[in-house]
Design a protein around this ligand. Structure first.
Ligand SMILES: *Cc1c(COP(=O)(O)O)cnc(C)c1O
Length: 385
C-alpha cells in the first residue's frame, strides 16, 4: 500500500475521515444537500445575511459597475473605490484609525503575524486558538509558545520567562475573542492589562464576535470597551456574521501602512471581487438597520440552552451562537450526527485534530435566520437520540 492510502485507511479506522456535503441552495436554515432538504445548524451565517435580499442586490449592482474579477492585487491595480470605501467603513465600525482588507481570515492571520514578528521575537498563543493563528505563529521565524486556554497565570508566566526577556525583541500575544470550537470568550480585558504590563503587543481575532457582539455588531472589543491602544491589532472576518467573504485588520495608521509594505498574504494575492466589498458595505448597513437580528440571535441561544439543559445534554459553557454538545469519542459523535441527519437535521460532528482527543462534539451553530420552531425541532431531534 502506498503511504497515502495507508494514511487514509488510518483516518477511516479512527473515525477521523472527512467528507464534504454538496450544497445546492443558498446558505440559510433550510438547505438542499444531495437533493434532500435539511434544517441546518452548521453555518457561521449568524445573522442570516448570506442570502439577504439587500446584500444580494448590492452584489448584483456592483457586478454591473465593476464586473466580476478584481483582476489584480491591491498594490498593482486591483484596489477599487468600493474596496477603499469598505475599509473606511470597517475602520469606523470598530473605532480604529484604519482597516486593511484581506482575501480571507486565514490569510489575514498568517500575513499579520508574519509581518509583526521575526527571528528573536516570541509569539504567545492560547492553546485553543484557531488553526490560522497557530499556523501563522508556526510559520513565522519567531519562537512559538502556547499558554493554557484562557489561563492568565499561564500567560503571565510565559511572558515573564527570562528566556524571552531579551532586550529589544518583541513579544506578540494572540487570542481568539470567541473560541470557534467551544464558543467561550477570552478574558480580553485581563489579557490587555497583562500585555501592557509586560510590554507585549496584543492581537485579537474577532471572527465570531464581529457583527454579533458589541454596539450594533461592532464586536467583542467594543463590547468590552477595549480601544485601539488596549488592543492594537484587531482582526475580523466577513464570511461569518457579515455573510460575505474576506477579512480585515484594523489598527493604527502606522500598523496599516506597515502591513501594506510587509504582509505577504496581502501583497501577493488577487484582491477580492469588488462586488464582495459592495455586498459587505450593505451588510454593515444592515447591522444598524436591522439590529433586531442580534437580539433575536440571543433569544434563540437562550431557548436552545435551556431546552438542551433540561434534556440533560452536555452543553458547554458558551453564551455565543456556537453551542457545542460534548460527546467524547469521535465514533459516537459521528453516529449522533448521522441519526440527526436521518431526521432531517444537520449538525456537524467535530473531531480531533480540530479539537483535543476525547472531546469530540456536536457543534450546533445558531443564526438569527432560524425561528423558535426551528430550535424546538432541533431539541426534539436531540431528545430522540
Ligand atoms: C473562520 C475563522 C478564521 C478564518 O477566516 P476565513 O475568512 O474563513 O479564512 C480565522 N479565525 C477564526 C477564529 C475563525 O473562526
Amino acid at each position: 500500500m502506498s503511504v497515502i492510502s495507508q494514511k487514509l485507511a488510518n483516518k477511516k479506522r479512527q473515525g477521523l475521515y472527512r467528507t464534504r456535503r454538496v450544497l445546492s441552495s443558498p446558505q440559510q436554515p433550510m438547505v438542499r444537500v444531495d437533493d434532500v432538504n435539511y434544517l441546518a445548524f452548521c453555518s457561521n451565517d449568524y445573522l442570516g445575511l448570506a442570502n439577504h435580499p439587500r446584500v444580494v442586490t448590492a452584489f448584483k449592482q456592483a457586478v454591473d459597475l465593476y464586473g466580476v474579477g478584481s483582476g489584480a492585487s491591491h498594490l498593482v491595480l486591483g484596489h477599487s473605490k468600493v474596496h477603499h470605501q469598505l475599509e473606511e467603513a470597517l475602520a469606523e465600525k470598530v473605532g480604529r484609525d484604519r482597516a486593511l482588507l484581506f482575501s480571507s481570515g486565514y490569510m489575514a492571520n498568517v500575513g499579520v503575524i508574519n509581518a509583526l514578528v521575526d527571528t528573536g521575537d516570541t509569539v504567545f498563543e492560547d492553546k485553543l486558538n484557531h488553526a490560522s493563528l497557530l499556523d501563522g505563529g508556526l510559520i513565522s521565524k519567531a519562537k512559538f509558545q502556547r499558554y493554557l486556554h484562557n489561563d492568565m497565570e499561564s500567560l503571565r508566566g510565559k511572558l515573564c520567562d527570562d528566556k524571552v526577556k531579551v532586550a529589544g525583541n518583541s513579544k506578540l500575544v494572540v487570542t481568539d475573542s470567541v473560541f470557534s470550537m467551544d464558543g467561550d470568550i477570552a478574558p480580553l480585558t485581563d489579557i490587555s492589562v497583562i500585555c501592557q504590563q509586560q510590554k507585549a503587543m496584543l492581537m485579537v481575532d474577532d471572527a465570531h464576535g464581529f457583527g454579533v457582539m458589541g454596539d450594533r455588531g461592532a464586536g467583542a472589543l467594543n463590547a468590552n470597551g477595549l480601544t485601539q491602544s488596549d488592543v492594537p491589532v484587531l482582526m475580523a472576518t466577513l464570511g461569518k456574521a457579515l455573510g460575505t467573504a474576506g477579512a480585515f485588520i484594523a489598527g493604527s495608521d502606522e500598523l496599516i501602512e506597515y502591513l501594506i509594505q510587509e504582509a505577504r498574504t496581502y501583497i501577493y494575492t488577487t484582491a477580492l471581487p469588488p462586488a464582495i466589498a459592495a455586498a459587505t458595505l450593505e451588510s454593515l448597513q444592515l447591522l444598524v438597520d436591522e439590529n433586531w437580528r442580534q437580539d433575536k440571535l440571543q433569544q434563540l441561544i437562550q431557548r436552545f440552552r435551556s431546552g438542551a439543559q433540561s434534556l440533560g445534554l452536555n452543553v458547554m459553557a458558551s453564551s455565543t451562537a456556537i453551542q457545542p454538545i460534548l460527546v467524547g469519542e469521535p465514533d459516537k459523535a459521528l453516529a449522533m450526527s448521522q441519526k440527526l441527519q436521518d431526521q432531517g437535521l444537520l449538525v456537524t460532528a467535530i473531531r480531533p485534530p480540530t479539537v483535543p482527543k476525547g472531546t469530540a462534539r456536536l457543534r450546533v451553530t445558531l443564526s438569527a435566520g432560524h425561528s423558535e420552531e426551528n430550535i424546538d425541532q432541533l431539541l426534539e431531534g436531540f431528545s430522540s437520540l
